[in-house]
Each structure stands twice: as structure tokens, then as C-alpha cells.
Write a protein that binds this ligand. Sequence first.
Ligand code: TYD
Length: 137
Amino acid sequence: MLKLEEQIQILNFPDLGDERGNLVVVEGGTAIPFDIKRIFYIYGSDSEVVRGSHANLKSEFVMINVSGTSKVLIDNGKERRVIALDKPRMGLYLKSMIWKEMYDFSPDSVLLVLSNEHYDPDEYIRSYDDYLKMVEK
Ligand code: TYD
């Protein structure tokens, strides 16, 4: 089984900003380790809300707090880590089969998520017990 550090990556996107402001460029296949098939974004979640709480059989993700901040708990069944998403230039790349929970959203948080897959509810594992059984096999 892979170590958690081999299943995730912190990405730093180039900022091509100048005196007019910041410009962060994120290209699929290069800055992002996959071709982007899906984009969604989460905002308006209160600080006490926990989102996610699932793992995915196929989907990989890159999470970017383009505004505000949030935290992501990542768990591979053996190791856990909390990553603070607190810079618009920062991306968190997650391979498939990682349990994740997003929480501690700031009022201005806009959490942008890119994925290599279209949405398919059948590839979501929403029970932590089921997830543990699958990764312990
Ligand atoms: P959910 O997986 O609970 O979102 P999160 O993990 O970010 O808290 O999704 C909420 C609803 O939106 C659920 O009915 C599934 C639907 N949904 C889509 O149709 N497509 C998508 O890409 C996503 C992420 C969710």
C-alpha cells in the first residue's frame, strides 16, 4: 500500500501577475497531473460544516481555495493528515481512494475542485467502514 505522502502532492501554480494584479495559471496535463473533465466549487459553507466524507474509486482531485481558506483532512486508512488550503496559488492533488473531509471554511471561502472524471455516484465510497474494509484488503 502506498504511503499517504505518495498519494498526495502540494502544487504551487505560477503567478504571472504584474502591477495590475495577480494572474494564476492552471493548465490540465501539466500543472495539473491529469486532463480536467470536471470542475465544481463550494462556497457559502459555514465554519462548522463538514463536507466531503467520502473516497473515490476512480476520481482524482486538485483542490484550490481561490478565495478564503479551508482545511482538508486526508486519510488513507493508515495515516491521517490535515492540510490548510490558504493560498490561491496552492493546489492539493489527491489520487483516488483517499478519504477526505473538508471543514473550517472561512466566510469568504471558495473551494475550487478539478477532477479527471465526470461525476458518477457509483464511484463514491460514502461509508468510512466500507472504505476501511476496501483499503485493508
Ligand atoms: P457531495 O458529494 O455531498 O458534495 P461534497 O462532497 O462536496 O460535500 O455532493 C452534493 C450533491 O451534489 C450530491 O447530490 C451529488 C451532487 N454532485 C453532482 O451531481 N456532481 C458533482 O460533481 C458533485 C461533486 C456533486
